[in-house]
Design a protein around this ligand. Structure first.
Ligand code: CP
Ligand code: NVA
Length: 304
C-alpha cells in the first residue's frame, strides 16, 4: 500500500488494519500518550478547493506524530497542471517531502501525482471520491454500533464523491448500502456494480428516500451542491425537493444514527432539528477525521 486514493483499491484486510491503527492511536492520544513516529517528516498538502476538517485534521495529525505539514492553499496552486504538468509537480514535491496529500477537482490529477511521485499520495477529496471521510465514518459507526458487518447504511441525496466512497466502504466491510437520489443525480451504475461485485447484494439504488431508509442503521446525507457546482445551485435545490433528511423521513427509521460529512446546509439536505437530534453523530464523525488521518499517516509515512 504505497498511497491512498480510493477505498476500492484496498483490500478489506488493509482497511481493517488502518481502522485498528486509528482506534489504537485515538486511545493512546486520549490517554495523554504520544507516538512521534513521523519526527522529521513533512507532508505537502495541496488544495485546489477550500477545506476546514481535512486541512486542519491532517495538519494536527502530522504535528501530533512529530512531523509537520505544509498547506498550499487554492490561491497558491490554482488547478494542478495549469502552471506546470502534474507529473513535474509530483517529481519536484517528492524530492522535498515525505508525502503528498491533495484535494483536487479531477481524480485523474491524483492518479497522475501518484504515478510520478515516489512518495505516498493521499486523496483529500476529488470530484470522484473522498476515501478519508468514508473511513472516519466507518470508525464512527464501529464506535456507536459496535460493528460494521451486516449493518445497513442508507444514503439520501446526491450520488457524489462521498456517496461513492461510502458505497465502496460498505462493500469492503460487508454492509448493505441503499442510495436514494432524484432522477439525474444517481450514483453511476459502475460504482453500484463494483460494490455488488465486491460484496454480492451490497448496493441498491432507488428514487424513493422512504424505501432507502427502511431498516437502516445509519442514514447519511451530504450537500446537494458540491464544491465546483455552485452555478447549478438553484436548479439543484429545485431538483432535490423531497430528498431532505428531516423529521418526516426519520419517522421511517427512528433509531437510525444520522451522519453528514459536513459542511451541512441546514434546511436543504438536512433539517436543523435532525442535525442537532440525539440520533446525530456528525461531530463524532468530524472528530474521527483526525484519528483516522493519524492512523493513515502512520501506516503510509512511518515505514519510509
Ligand atoms: N468533510 C470534509 O471533508 O470537510 P472539509 O471540506 O471542511 O475538509
Ligand atoms: N460532496 C462535497 C463534500 C465536501 C466535504 C463536495 O465535494 O463539496
Amino acid at each position: 500500500m504505497k498511497s491512498f486514493l480510493t477505498i476500492n483499491d484496498c483490500t478489506t484486510d488493509q482497511l481493517n488494519e488502518l481502522l485498528t491503527i486509528s482506534h489504537d492511536l485515538k486511545k493512546l492520544y486520549k490517554n495523554g500518550g504520544r507516538d512521534l513516529c513521523l519526527a522529521g517528516k513533512v507532508l505537502a498538502m495541496l488544495f485546489e478547493k477550500t477545506s476546514l476538517r481535512t486541512r486542519v485534521s491532517f495538519q494536527v495529525a502530522m504535528y501530533d506524530l512529530g512531523g509537520m505539514a505544509m498547506y498550499m492553499k487554492p490561491e497558491d496552486i490554482g488547478v494542478i497542471g495549469q502552471r506546470e504538468p502534474a507529473r513535474d509537480m509530483a517529481r519536484v514535491f517528492a524530492r522535498y517531502v515525505d508525502g503528498i496529500m491533495a484535494r483536487t477537482f479531477s481524480h485523474e490529477t491524483l492518479i497522475e501525482l501518484d504515478r510520478w511521485a515516489h512518495v505516498p499520495v493521499i486523496n483529500a477529496l476529488s470530484d470522484w471520491s473522498h476515501p478519508c471521510q468514508a473511513m472516519a465514518d466507518m470508525m464512527t459507526i464501529q464506535e456507536h454500533l459496535g460493528r460494521l458487518e451486516g449493518l445497513k447504511l442508507a444514503y439520501v441525496g446526491d450520488g457524489n464523491n462521498v456517496a461513492r466512497s461510502l458505497a465502496f466502504a460498505c462493500a469492503r466491510f460487508k454492509m448493505t448500502y441503499a442510495i436514494a437520489s432524484p432522477a439525474g443525480y444517481e450514483l453511476d451504475a459502475e460504482t453500484i456494480d463494483a460494490a455488488n461485485r465486491i460484496w454480492p447484494g451490497c448496493a441498491e439504488q432507488t428514487h424513493d428516500p422512504v424505501a432507502a431508509v427502511k431498516g437502516a442503521d445509519v442514514i447519511y446525507t451530504d450537500t446537494w451542491v458540491s464544491m465546483g457546482q455552485e452555478a447549478e445551485k438553484e436548479k439543484r435545490v429545485r431538483d432535490f425537493a423531497g430528498f431532505a433528511v428531516d423529521e418526516n423521513l426519520m419517522r421511517n427509521a427512528p433509531n437510525a444514527k444520522v451522519m453528514h460529512c459536513l459542511p451541512a446546509y441546514r434546511g436543504y439536505e438536512i433539517s436543523d432539528g435532525v442535525a442537532e437530534s440525539p440520533n446525530s453523530v456528525i461531530f463524532d464523525q468530524a472528530e474521527n477525521r483526525l484519528h483516522f488521518q493519524r492512523g493513515l499517516l502512520k501506516k503510509l509515512l512511518c515505514r519510509r
